[in-house]
Each structure stands twice: as structure tokens, then as C-alpha cells.
Design a protein around this ligand. Structure first.
Ligand SMILES: *Cc1c(COP(=O)(O)O)cnc(C)c1O
Length: 365
């Protein structure tokens, strides 16, 4: 059997006819930017997440950059202020902070839950701390009441990086509606993926939404009248139309992901392989299914020899990247260990039961 890590062709084919039709409609409409398809998707996505506003942007990194930039324009955050962020994240979360001239303050995670280490989190708050980025990495909701009250008590903005957790729940609410603002990526491989780049910010704050929308459109307040030194970062009509189709099936697709994940949890039995703590149903949408082992590279080779594709998320933590030499002295032991031990198993909504069984068998042998 040949099981790629991700089969995007099969994932797209799950809703292929409707997607083709949606693309054809936009092509035929003659209107490709700032039109009805984006407006419709923004409304539907805001309703789905449970916020008053959604602003479509060009990609997830821009969603993060524009959110911090808008808070700077609104006076909430100033140059050199500190932003708390998990050390164990995709580099884009950090790039958005440094791009804005702000200082990331890295907090390590717990080895079993992958949540932020609360003791370290409390210790890292200073008078310059203006915001906390909460990353629902791998599709796991990482929000909790302790984080909420820490932010409230210290007057810190809570910004969610929801790039990997579309549809994930916290009680009755969805991630993306839990803090002051949330940033979403619609990169093709994400749970809600476009056929190219796309992103969005969701928030209940009308002022924030307006400033982001303006900065993303050359800083215009109205055509050719610039309030901000803006940029061009817009979601296009084709991607919005595709996303609008896929949004209807997101819960169904996430259910399939959860069913596959539960099979992995119940059936993977190998003492050398550790799984992260199982979460309540709904609190994990399994964007990525990580396993951890000190024999990571050997396991990856062995699975590859059996035709099973895997990936590593992520092999080099942001604070150890060549572009961030200024933090090479930092020690974030759990994050550094996870980078050496993590391996992501194939998991997507178009996977068959036979493919899942084949992966389990390979891991157990
Ligand atoms: C994918 C991702 C991003 C960046 O999104 P793009 O659309 O690829 O720019 C940011 N943060 C996290 C956690 C991601 O997984």
C-alpha cells in the first residue's frame, strides 16, 4: 500500500463537484476581488466561529501580522512591547511578532498535554506584556480558565492562532471566538483549506475589524484616501467561494478526523511510542496527529519503507532558527525535546479504514 502523508487530491474530491461549480461561477462572474463571494464567506465564517466580524485576508501569516499591527495603530501595543507566545509553534506565529517590532517571550509547554506551562507563563508576565498568542497547535484547544483570568487580571490581550483548529470546541464555544481576536489560515492542507492561500481574522471588536480591513487594502479608509501605511492582503473571490463550499462540510470532515484519531488512540500499542494526552471529544480537531518517540528518525524510515508518508512538525523550534540568532542562548527543554521526538502520522478526511489499519499495523510491528 502507498499512503501519502496528505492526499489533497482525494480531500478536494470529497466535495469536488460543488467546488468546481463554485469556481466556475466566480470565473463566469467577471468579478475577482472584493466582491460578493468574500462577503458571503466572511458572514458565514463569523457565524460559524461565533464572532460578530470576520475579515478575509491573503494568508494566515498576514492575519497574524495585521492583527498585531492594528492593535499598534489603535494604541493598545507599542514598539518593543512583549508578546507571550508558546515556544512550540510554527514559525509564522513568531514572525508576526518580530515583523511588528515586538518582542516574543517564549513559554515552554507541558510534555503530555502540550499546553502552556502555567508556572512559566505567570513568571513571564511583566509591565511590558501586552498580548498573549495562544496557538491551538495540532488542532488541540489550548485555552483554559486559568489563562483567561491571567489575561484579564493583567490587562493582556488574548490573540488566538487558530490556523490548525478550525471547528475545534471549548465547551459550547469555538476556538477563534475565545479571546480578543483570532487568526486563521486557509492554506490548502489545513482543516478548512482553500485551493491556494487564504486567511482571516475573527473578532467581536468592530474597531479592530475596520482597522485590519483598511490596512489590508492599502490603508484606505475609502478609495484613494489612506489613513494608514497599508499593504495589499486580501482574500480573493475564487478562494472565498471554495471555502464557502468546504465550510458546510467542515464539521463532517472533522468528525472523520476524530474517528481516525480514536482508532489510532485505541489501537496503537507500542511501548516506544508516546501519544499526547487524549482530549475530550470536540476539543481536538486533529489537524495533525503527532506521536513521540526517541527513535523518531528510525520510525520515519521504517514507515517510509512500508509506503507510509509522515512529516515532522516541526524539526527546528523558532528560537533555534538561523534567522533568530538572538535567542540561540535560550533553553526551552520540552519544546527542544519535542522537536527531536515528534512524528506526524497520516490523517485526513479522505483516508480509508484500510489505510488507517495499515498504519496501525506498521506502528505496532
Ligand atoms: C499554517 C500556519 C500559519 C500560517 O498560515 P499561512 O496561511 O501558511 O500563512 C500560522 N500559524 C500556524 C500555527 C500555522 O499552522
Amino acid at each position: 500500500m502507498n499512503i501519502p502523508y496528505l492526499d489533497l487530491k482525494a480531500v478536494t474530491a470529497l466535495h469536488g463537484d460543488e467546488i468546481q461549480q463554485a469556481v466556475a461561477d466566480v470565473v463566469g462572474s467577471g468579478w475577482y476581488l472584493q466582491g460578493k463571494a468574500v462577503q458571503r464567506f466572511e458572514q458565514h465564517y463569523a457565524d460559524y466561529i461565533g464572532t460578530r466580524h470576520c475579515v478575509g485576508v491573503a494568508n494566515g501569516l498576514d492575519a497574524l501580522i495585521l492583527t498585531l499591527r492594528a492593535y499598534k495603530e489603535l494604541g493598545w501595543i507599542g514598539e518593543d512591547d512583549e508578546i507571550i507566545v508558546p515556544a512550540n509553534t510554527f514559525i509564522a506565529t513568531i514572525l508576526a511578532i518580530t515583523e511588528n517590532g515586538l518582542k516574543p517571550v517564549f513559554v515552554d509547554v507541558n510534555v503530555d498535554t502540550l499546553d502552556l506551562n502555567l508556572t512559566q507563563l505567570e513568571q513571564s508576565i511583566t509591565s511590558r506584556t501586552k498580548a498573549m498568542m495562544l496557538v491551538h497547535l495540532y488542532g488541540r484547544c489550548t485555552y483554559n480558565e486559568a489563562i483567561k483570568s491571567l489575561c484579564e487580571k493583567n490587562g493582556i490581550l488574548l490573540i488566538e492562532d487558530n490556523a490548525q483548529a478550525h471547528g475545534c470546541r471549548y465547551g459550547e464555544r469555538r476556538t477563534g471566538s475565545l479571546g480578543n481576536a483570532a487568526c486563521h489560515s486557509f492554506y490548502p492542507g489545513k482543516n478548512l483549506g482553500a485551493l491556494g492561500d487564504g486567511g482571516a481574522v475573527t473578532t467581536n471588536d468592530v474597531e479592530l475589524a475596520q482597522v485590519i480591513r483598511s490596512i489590508a487594502n492599502y490603508g484606505f479608509e475609502k478609495k484613494y484616501v489612506a489613513t494608514y501605511k497599508g499593504r495589499n492582503s486580501r482574500l480573493d473571490e475564487v478562494q472565498a467561494a471554495v471555502l464557502d463550499v468546504k465550510l458546510k462540510y467542515l464539521d463532517e470532515d472533522n468528525c472523520r478526523r476524530q474517528a481516525i484519531a480514536h482508532t489510532y488512540y485505541h489501537q496503537i500499542q507500542n511501548e516506544t511510542i508516546r501519544l499526547p494526552r487524549l482530549m475530550d471529544n470536540g476539543n481536538n480537531v486533529y489537524h495533525i496527529f503527532p506521536v513521540f518517540t526517541s527513535y523518531r528518525d528510525a520510525l520515519q524510515d521504517s514507515l517510509q519503507n512500508k509506503g507510509i508518508g509522515t512529516l515532522i512538525h516541526y524539526p527546528i523550534p523558532p528560537h533555534q532558527q538561523a534567522c533568530y540568532k538572538e535567542w540561540e542562548h535560550l533553553s526551552l527543554p520540552v519544546t527542544e525535546r519535542l522537536a527531536k521526538e515528534e512524528l506526524s502520522l497520516p490523517l485526513h478526511p479522505a483516508m480509508t479504514d484500510q489505510e488507517v489499519a495499515f498504519v496501525v499495523e506498521a506502528l505496532n510491528s
